[in-house]
Design a protein around this ligand. Structure first.
Ligand code: DAH
Length: 338
């Protein structure tokens, strides 16, 4: 390849024009490849120096070298200018308005059932009760037999109870919180004053009034001279604390294997009688099974559903609202308030 002075001057001028007309860093990158890098005309001219006649080599070498230096310098200057431009644009577009109000997330809160459970616990702790708990996976004997529920009782059948495999394990998902009564009496000596809230299970479909996983609260008192009057007074106090001072309570005769006599407790709320739970004097057979001296002690017990209590108290008509976790439901119970 032969070198010619005009060609070098032209290549230089072209490179300088290209550098000057690059409007952003991306454009300049391509200009670098075309006019500054190894494949640019001036780089090629530089390589061609080797082929130039010895006598002209120094002269052309200077020329090409000066042209390349000028291109490099122009390139660096343009690059610095475009970088500064990009930075200042970025500052504008990525500007943060520190005066804007912050975005707030909803504050979490307790589920209404938990709130109710805490309320009930507090209430009974205030009366001197202890909170007792038992396992949800319960021995069949504690869930049924010790509570005087015989083997042929309908509540034991497959339709109601979740039995746990292998069946020889004799374990069930507890169908009520009453086994905690037994556990307490087996572990502690009277006087006993306990409240036992917890999860319970029955093989029901979820519908407006049923859910296979629900909650109950159980009360148990065993002491000297405990009478049905104590039971009635306690339930009345309980009902008034939960539903308001205006509610009335009544007991209706009923039957439960673990209490004798047994009753249903109703509350008069919003103009009508509503069935709230079961109760009674602890059956002597149950006290005997737990080794409690029935000559000295007597007791009462009660048990009610917490979902039902919540539904009555707040006029909730669909169980789905309680179990589905829709935040709009929880918000009406204070979730998300600041
Ligand atoms: N365990 C009963 C049930 O789930 C409710 C109940 C009734 C509990 C009477 C009691 C009671 O402690 O005395 O249906």
């Amino acid at each position: 390849m032969s070198l010619d002075q005009n060609k070098i001057a032209e290549d230089l001028a072209q490179a300088l024009r290209a550098i000057e007309s690059a409007s952003d860093l991306d454009g300049l990158k391509q200009v670098k490849i075309d006019y500054v890098g190894d494949k640019s005309p001036l780089a090629k001219a530089n390589q061609a120096l080797a082929t130039v006649d010895q006598s002209l080599r120094a002269q052309f070498g200077k020329l090409v070298g000066a042209a390349r230096a000028e291109v490099n310098q122009a390139f660096e200057q343009r690059s610095a200018k475009l970088s500064a431009l990009r930075d200042s644009q970025m500052l504008l577009t990525e500007k943060v308005d520190v005066t804007l109000p912050g975005r707030r997330n909803l504050k979490g809160g307790l589920h209404p059932l938990t709130i109710l459970t805490n309320e009930i616990n507090d209430l009974f702790i205030g009366l001197g009760y202890k909170v007792a708990e038992g396992p949800e996976l319960e021995a069949e004997w504690l869930n049924f037999d010790a509570l005087n529920i015989p083997a042929d009782h309908p509540a034991r059948t497959m339709q109601d109870t979740f039995f746990v495999e292998p069946l020889e394990s004799k374990l069930v998902l507890r169908t009520h919180t009453s086994p905690v009564q037994i556990r307490t009496m087996l572990n502690e000596k009277p006087p006993i004053y306990v409240i036992c809230p917890g999860k319970t299970y029955r093989a029901d479909e979820l519908d407006a009034t049923h859910t296979p996983v629900f909650h109950q609260v159980e009360g148990l008192v065993v002491d000297e001279n405990i009478t049905m009057g104590d039971l009635k007074g306690t339930l009345d106090f309980f009902a008034k604390s939960i539903f308001g001072d205006q509610v009335k309570t009544r007991l209706r005769p009923s039957f439960f294997p673990f209490t004798e006599p047994s009753a249903e407790v109703d509350v008069f709320f919003n103009g009508r009688w509503i069935e709230w739970g079961g109760c009674g004097m602890v059956n002597h057979k149950v006290l005997d099974a737990c080794g409690v001296d029935t000559k000295k002690y007597s007791g009462f017990a009660f048990g009610m559903g917490l979902e039902r209590t919540l539904m009555v108290k707040h006029g909730i008509t669909d169980m789905h609202d309680i179990v589905e976790g829709d935040v709009r439901f929880s918000q009406s119970f204070g979730v998300g308030k600041k």
